[in-house]
Design a protein around this ligand. Sequence first.
Ligand code: FES
Length: 299
Amino acid sequence: MTTAERDAGGRTAVSLGMPQPPAPDYPAEVRERLAADAQEIIGRYPDSRSALLPMLHLVQSEEGHVTRTGMQFCAELLDLTAAEVTAVATFYTMYRRKPSGDYQVGVCTNTLCAVMGGDAIFDELKEHLGVGNQETTEDGKVTLEHIECNAACDFAPVVMVNWEFFDNQTPESAKRLVDDLRAGAEVHPTRGAKLCTFKETARILAGFPDERPGAVAESGGAGPASLIGLRMAKGEEPAARVVSQRSEPHPDNPPPDALEDQPPAGHPSSHDAPQQTSASDPAHPPTASADEPTEEEGA
Ligand code: FES
């Protein structure tokens, strides 16, 4: 560990701190079980070091975050240095470095989601849960965090729970979502199988099968808004509008002719911001446009 200090001449000097003692090893039973899983992962790659990312998910599935013990385990089995493993584990935000909740609730506050309501969702969830960014509720259920763009801008604003998508959210639907998670209700994302805990998700990301009955079949495919480019590439006529306007405007959401800067008629945008409709908000269900493909057609 290094620390930066200023010397008498005001220059920055870097001094070496006390080295940390080696991380404690896993209990024998845990190590034996993880080592067997690790060999299965390593066997998938021609070069063992290529297995580092799924190995980090594996150790994360054990403790809910990547500990020094987990990183040491990865380094030993992959013949890497602790520094090499640490560099990777601290670079990718999918690896957590401290104990967190069963459900990682990430609100996209990147540009598009932010202007579509992501900032408002994040602010209201902070107040509703009584936690700040990267903090966990007292019951250990929910960790709230900002996330960067998750390539689902066509469904903005997006919330992710354990990396599953909740599309077209509103502050109300997001609050219901976290309430359901804390109450232990069965929660289904907009696209994909029902949620499992962060540790269970980490094991799937390590490359082990999702053993839950029907989970793989429920995984589904891309939504209509994501498929519009593919349809155009195939020479099909694009839908004029992927998500149509709601017939009954929300009181807080003025009708289109009351808004400035409306997109031109037939603009193939997936949204007409600001719009508070939500696929997961029963009070404001989205309405399918006549030319929007059904699930079967869009697959
Ligand atoms: S900006 Fe939120 S998914 Fe892209």
